[in-house]
Design a protein around this ligand. Structure first.
Ligand code: FES
Ligand SMILES: [Fe+2]
Length: 351
């Protein structure tokens, strides 16, 4: 089961132009993500309630003349029209006197926020689909409304939990990302990092990053970094070096039980990094692919449904992830506030 009543990264804002619609599968549900001519993003269940055709295959048109609001979605099969809030506005086949209550026909609408170039979709539990969202999606502090400077998306053939745990796993670096520009197996040394609870998750509190990481060296200055994780699968790494800032946002969104989309975005204030973009992109892809190849390999074992282990301290973050998920689901079911189960602690491991 996937976590509900929470914001998921839906798609990069730049993936949906004005007057366009795209189809995505999120948490096993088909979702139409569209953008009106006036620039506002919206999301609807991508199934026409009449006979099931994907609405995203129809057209998004200017509906002012027909009184459907600025824009409406027209199903390609029988032309039923839906406003961007999901209410049906017109059934073309009806003749006067046929009493179908058109406005009571509705396709599910998902709350949407577009922040700093990211389109977030609120995936409520079916039972609570009409309630307003209780939380807000994350904001990268200090970057105003700008979109990321660079981003890459990759699809992993695994359940979201394995992708998330891979993301926060501190012990795989020297083995999976064994590259001259990152770190080598020889560079393994003992680490002790302080952790604390943070919004919907936990954070490795601000510290000077590992000196064995070449990638940090190109930033210059004396870098400081803080890495936070929040449900449902969002990792934010904030690096400051001198007067410059770099923020890495990694979002893990379940497509279905066996497919997960990873989107990695970077925001920065360093002009040098913008110049280096063509060089950085292949590194980003290579890095993500190293993780992707490992989860593919992991599937070879998981097919046989083995018992797995989480050990101290290197897998404590994975344990927290499971605990956070359980608490989020239980708090939602019981209608009570979420209580973060993470306590401040220092974790030690070699990597
Ligand atoms: S299936 Fe959409 S209008 Fe008939
Ligand atoms: Fe990794």
């Amino acid at each position: 089961m996937f976590l509900r009543d929470i914001w998921y990264f839906g798609t990069p804002g730049e993936a949906v132009g004005r007057g366009a619609m795209i189809r995505k599968i999120l948490l096993g549900e088909p979702v139409l993500i569209g953008r009106t001519e006036t620039g506002e993003a919206f999301a609807l269940r991508d199934i026409c309630p009449h006979r099931g055709v994907p609405l995203s295959a129809g057209r998004l048109y200017d509906a002012k003349s027909s009184g459907c609001g600025d824009n409406a979605v027209e199903c390609p099969y029988h032309g039923w029209k839906f406003r961007t809030d999901g209410h049906c506005a017109e059934i073309p086949s009806l003749v006067p006197g046929q009493d179908v209550e058109v406005s009571r026909i509705r396709v599910r609408r998902y709350p949407v926020r577009e922040i700093q170039g990211n389109i977030w979709i609120y995936m409520a539990d079916e039972k609570r689909a009409d309630l307003p969202p209780a939380t807000e999606p994350p904001v990268m502090p200090g970057f105003g409304e700008v979109a990321p400077n660079i981003r890459e998306t990759m699809t992993f053939g695994c359940h979201v939990d394995h992708a998330v745990i891979g993301l926060m796993d501190p012990a795989h670096g020297p083995f999976v990302h064994r590259s001259w520009y990152w770190r080598s197996q020889k560079s393994i040394h003992e680490k002790a990092k302080d952790f604390a609870p943070s919004e919907l998750g936990f954070a490795m509190v601000e510290h000077a990053p590992s000196s064995n990481s070449f990638a940090y060296k190109i930033l210059g200055g004396a870098p400081r970094t803080e890495i936070s994780f929040r449900l449902p699968g969002i990792r934010i790494e904030r690096i400051t070096a001198g007067r410059h800032r770099v923020v890495g946002l990694t979002c893990v969104t379940p497509v279905d039980e066996k497919t997960t989309e990873i989107t990695q975005s970077f925001y920065w204030t360093m002009p040098l990094l913008s110049v280096l973009k063509p060089v950085l992109r292949p590194f980003m892809r290579a890095f993500l692919k190293q993780d992707g190849d490992m989860v593919d390999l992991q599937q070879e074992g998981l097919r046989f449904d083995p018992r797995l282990m989480l050990i101290n301290d290197s897998d404590v973050q994975a344990k927290w992830y499971h605990r956070l998920k359980t608490e989020w689901a239980e708090a939602g079911e019981q209608g009570r506030p979420f209580q973060n189960p993470v306590k401040p602690v220092t974790l030690r491991w070699r990597s």
